[in-house]
Design a protein around this ligand. Structure first.
Ligand SMILES: NC(=O)c1ccc[n+]([C@@H]2O[C@H](COP(=O)([O-])OP(=O)(O)OC[C@H]3O[C@@H](n4cnc5c(N)ncnc54)[C@H](O)[C@@H]3O)[C@@H](O)[C@H]2O)c1
Length: 320
């Protein structure tokens, strides 16, 4: 039998418990991913709301614990998922580090500011607590393949790109920053173009041009979420154009062909479009947690990644 790890989820909200059920096709919650992965034993939920905590416990057939102390007093817990709202990430990440845990699965963003994020990195380093930050697209096979192809130089150099997001640079824009860092490389500078406060009072959605260490630039544009929700990006390389649409559920790839109309011209032509397994990102991330705990497999999104994503977001916020 596989080694078993006990799991506690802090924050019985949408991503923790309620986006899906045991019979859902899509695996969208921490609860469902742990429930379905052999080697994990979901013990229950901690939530400040007794009502939500108990509802989640009933839905997933586990226990509700009013506090972390209640959960740890009666159980050995190896893994804690932190699924509370952004404002409480730091507080809960710090608090759970006082208990004898092996790994934390932390919802993004890592914290609300860089001081908080550095403190968490220091504490987790000192206590040897592992942490996986949930920038979900890193756990999707199709994005892993894109990254490999880019790194191998199959598409040529990155030239430029653009993308759309809303709901705050830290809250949602950090997904875009993280995906760009994952696919293209580190961001060396930026210029802010505008902003709007479309969701949180303290987290503006910023439009900016980003410059990459490897060359090339990317224009990120905020689209206020009162209109609709959009998360899309387009990446132009020397030999290929990649469009990531529908929040990353679909990818289009364009290759270069000789123009049929203008002799000697080269045009981009859609070669293929395919669905991604973004609906399995949560499951894959939890599988990778198992492989990390049992075989020391490298974590795909570390505390340092969470910090670097935040530092770009914080830099952009300072410039508005
Ligand atoms: N990775 C992703 O793609 C993704 C998607 C959705 C949400 N998220 C992140 O997940 C987090 C939660 O989002 P959500 O939509 O599930 O929120 P939510 O409001 O639905 O749920 C949050 C839950 O946390 C509880 N809570 C608040 N403070 C608490 C505390 N101090 N201790 C214990 N429980 C507490 C609330 O009562 C609530 O039940 C956010 O930080 C969000 O950014 C990430």
């Amino acid at each position: 039998m596989k080694k078993q790890y006990n799991v506690l989820i802090v924050g019985a909200g949408n991503i923790g418990a309620f986006f899906d059920t045991k019979s859902s096709k899509n695996i969208l919650t921490h609860a469902n991913a742990f429930y379905r992965t052999e080697g994990f034993n979901l013990l229950g939920f901690v939530d400040v709301s007794e009502n939500k905590g108990k509802r989640a416990a009933t839905l997933w057939d586990v226990k509700y614990f009013p506090t972390l102390e209640d959960a740890f007093n009666t159980n050995e817990i190896d893994v804690v998922s932190v699924c509370v709202p952004d404002d409480y990430h730091y507080y809960i990440l710090k608090k759970v580090s006082n208990f004898p845990i092996k790994l934390v699965f932390a919802e993004k963003p890592l914290a609300k500011n860089l001081d908080q994020a550095s403190e968490i990195i220091r504490i987790y380093g000192e206590k040897s607590i592992r942490c996986l930050v949930n920038y979900s697209r890193r756990f999707v096979n199709e994005f892993n393949i894109l990254r490999e192809n880019i790194l191998e130089g199959q598409y040529g150099n990155f030239v430029c790109g653009n993308g759309y997001y809303g709901k705050g640079i830290l809250h949602n824009g950090s997904h875009l920053i993280d995906l760009l860092r994952y696919l293209i490389g580190e961001i060396k500078g930026f210029k802010v173009l505008g902003h709007s406060f479309d969701f949180y009072e303290d987290d503006p959605s910023v439009s900016a041009i980003l410059d990459f260490e490897n060359g090339g630039n990317f224009i990120m544009q905020n689209v206020p979420c009162s209109n609709y929700t959009i998360f899309e990006l387009e990446l132009l390389f020397q030999h290929r154009r990649i469009k990531i649409v529908d929040s990353g559920f679909k990818i289009e790839e364009y290759t270069i062909l000789d123009s049929k109309v203008f002799k000697g011209y080269k045009n981009l032509s859609k070669e293929k479009e395919y669905e991604t397994e973004l609906n399995k990102a949560m499951l894959n991330s939890v599988r990778s947690i198992y492989n990390n705990l049992s075989n020391d497999e490298e974590l795909k999104c570390t505390l340092e990644d969470g910090y670097k994503d935040m530092s770009v977001c914080e830099g952009l916020k300072m410039e508005i």
